[in-house]
Design a protein around this ligand. Structure first.
Ligand code: C2E
Ligand code: MG
Ligand code: MG
Length: 561
């Protein structure tokens, strides 16, 4: 902390000596320049220091005193976080005491008897000046809330440790608070600050027991660089325990990511990886600790590759749209009713990549729009093409990412596709996953409602995988429920699972919307669903997703029957 020393007010000096003559002499030497207070023993010294801790510029301290001696006072000042900014000059006649005092953190010493007045004045003023400079540097080095290093100094020190002490084997640990922004918003900034301070204090305590440094930045991110090995879980637990001690009413969860020591990796990269591991904890309810491993590195490399390659993939038509038919199973025999457009990426080096890998990645990185626009326009073009060649209209559902909903041009883009291909609005159906409804309910409902008014049909995808309540469902703008695959998986073997399917069918009946069962793989599943009154089925039992030319054959076959 910087303590401003007003130019007008004289600087405050404490003189501690049990001999009155010494106090007087020092007083005389310094009184023209400084304001002076006195203490005649260790006990009084400690009281005066406590009272004046924010104003004191320097303490002149006699070492040999009865009861509490100067060493004890010095040790107290140096070990207290609130006092150790005050420099101490020791007063001594013995050479041996000088060394010990300097080792204990005294800033300088003055030898008795006090005969060289100019020298004494010069020493006092130099120590005060030096100390002010040091405090300025310290303020720039530290985060004022937790007194941990700020980002730049931390990285600088970490780099030095990495360079000059490779034998220390340092781990990179990142600690983060889940939903810190909401905690702040709901409970006030002071509450948030207290939580940060508590974590900071416990990290200081931890660093007192091991060798390492730590920093806070980006509000709630704590980086710890400390010697391997560390019991990571124990460290996370003790930080969490301190936070829990502070508040029982607010549920605050910490998460931790670790990149263990590697000799060839720079600290900044270690911390990037620790942060990546930390982000992977998000939404994981079982564990709040993640250690970066080789799998994650491979995943990161793959993701980076995919992000780089996307544009080229679009240009070189490595992306293709497959079509998976949906069958109406209430007609005898089941009839082709429509299809779902599913993206496929045939990468020149990596082979066929599943959308489960790249869709979430592009959603996070904001590139999903490019992919989806491509799929929508392909699907619209195909519907028109089939109509022309085969004389039938096969409606196609396309997937809408939760991110697409925020695209202000969404409606216009979809309208344009309908017009350019002279389609009915009902031909291009839109699938929106259930969890998107719960994530950003208001915006989504508004957009979906507008699209429906236009005439688009909305299918709620993966129904049952999210957390919508029955109450929410009944007011949601949807035209079709797509039951999540997991409901179907065990219906042949598990009575309870089948009951759940019946329940979903009842909900749909109540909402007066048809149900699509996804992931139907066996004849038995198909029969159970048909007999229970399910309208439509999509799954490997009927067909896998097919490339356009295969799907066209299927249209021709169905049409011919
Ligand atoms: P989804 O929309 O729920 O699509 C259904 C997924 O189930 C597809 O996986 C499909 O191939 C698979 N599937 C269909 N029948 C069966 C079956 O009988 N058994 C099993 N085990 N699986 C079956 P796919 O194509 O890998 O797509 C995964 C998810 O990726 C999709 O889930 C969808 O959320 C997303 N996705 C796919 N294409 C696009 C797209 O163009 N845009 C966006 N935003 N997301 C897409
Ligand atoms: Mg879908
Ligand atoms: Mg689905």
């Amino acid at each position: 902390m910087i303590r401003s020393n007003s130019l007008k007010r004289p600087q405050l000096v404490l003189v501690v000596d049990d001999q009155e003559i010494n106090r007087d002499v020092l007083g005389m030497i310094l009184e023209d320049t400084y304001e002076i207070i006195y203490a005649c023993d260790g006990k009084e010294a400690l009281e005066k220091i406590e009272e004046n801790k924010d104003e004191l510029c320097v303490i002149l301290l006699d070492l040999i005193m009865p009861e509490i001696d100067g060493f004890a006072v010095l040790s107290h000042v140096r070990s207290s976080a609130e006092l150790n900014h005050i420099p101490v000059i020791v007063l001594t006649a013995e050479k041996s005491a000088e060394l010990r005092a300097l080792q204990m953190g005294a800033a300088d010493f003055i030898t008795k008897p006090f005969d060289m007045h100019e020298v004494i004045r010069a020493r006092v003023s130099r120590i005060i000046e030096l100390n002010e400079g040091r405090q300025l540097i310290s303020a720039a080095e530290h985060d004022q809330l937790t007194m941990l290093y700020n980002r730049n100094f931390f990285l600088e020190y970490a780099n030095r440790i990495h360079r000059y002490h490779p034998e220390w084997h340092m781990d990179a640990i990142v600690v983060n608070i889940e939903q810190f922004h909401s905690i702040n918003a709901l409970n006030g900034r002071e509450f948030g600050d207290n939580v940060l301070r508590i974590i900071g204090n416990e990290i200081h305590a931890f660093l007192g027991e091991t060798e390492g440094i730590a920093s806070r930045f980006d509000a709630d991110r704590f980086d710890i660089f400390c010697r391997h090995p560390v019991d990571y879980q124990a460290l996370l637990d003790r930080l969490q325990a301190k936070v829990d001690e502070y508040t029982t009413s607010v549920n605050i969860r910490l998460r931790m990511g670790v990149k263990p020591y590697r000799p060839d990796v720079e600290p900044i990269v270690l911390f990037d990886r620790a942060m990546a591991a930390c982000s992977m904890v998000r939404g994981n309810y079982k564990t709040h600790l993640m250690v970066y491993d080789e799998d994650m590195r491979m995943k990161e490399i793959l993701e980076q590759r995919l992000l780089n390659d996307l544009r080229q993939a679009v240009e070189e038509r490595q992306l293709t749209v497959f079509y998976q038919p949906k069958y109406n199973i209430q007609s005898q025999p089941p009839r082709l009713s429509s299809a779902e457009a599913l993206i496929r990426w045939k990468h020149p080096d990596l082979g066929m990549i599943s959308p489960g890998v790249f869709i979430p990645l592009f959603e996070r990185n904001g590139q999903i729009g490019m992919v989806d626009n491509f799929v929508w326009s392909e699907a619209a073009r195909q519907i028109a093409g089939w109509r022309e060649r085969f004389g039938v209209t096969v409606p196609v559902s396309v997937n809408l990412s939760r991110v697409d909903v925020f695209d202000p041009m969404l409606e216009e883009k979809l309208n344009r596709l309908i017009e350019e291909n002279s389609l009915d609005y009902g031909c291009l159906k839109l699938e929106v996953t259930e969890s998107a409804y719960t994530d950003n309910a208001n915006q989504l409902l508004e957009v979906v409602e507008r699209l429906r008014k236009k005439g688009f049909e909305i299918e709620m995808d993966d129904f049952g995988s999210g957390y919508s309540s029955l109450n929410m469902i009944s007011s949601m703008p949807i035209d079709v429920l797509k039951m999540d695959m997991k409901f179907i998986k065990n219906i042949e073997h598990n009575e309870k699972d089948f009951r759940l399917v019946e329940l979903v069918l009842d909900i749909a009946k109540y909402l007066k919307v048809p149900v699509v069962a996804e992931g139907v793989e066996t004849e038995k599943q198909f029969e159970l669903l048909r007999d229970a009154g399910c309208d439509l089925v999509q799954g490997y039992y009927f067909s896998r997703p097919l490339p356009p030319e295969e799907f066209e054959k299927l249209i021709v076959r169905e049409k011919g029957e």
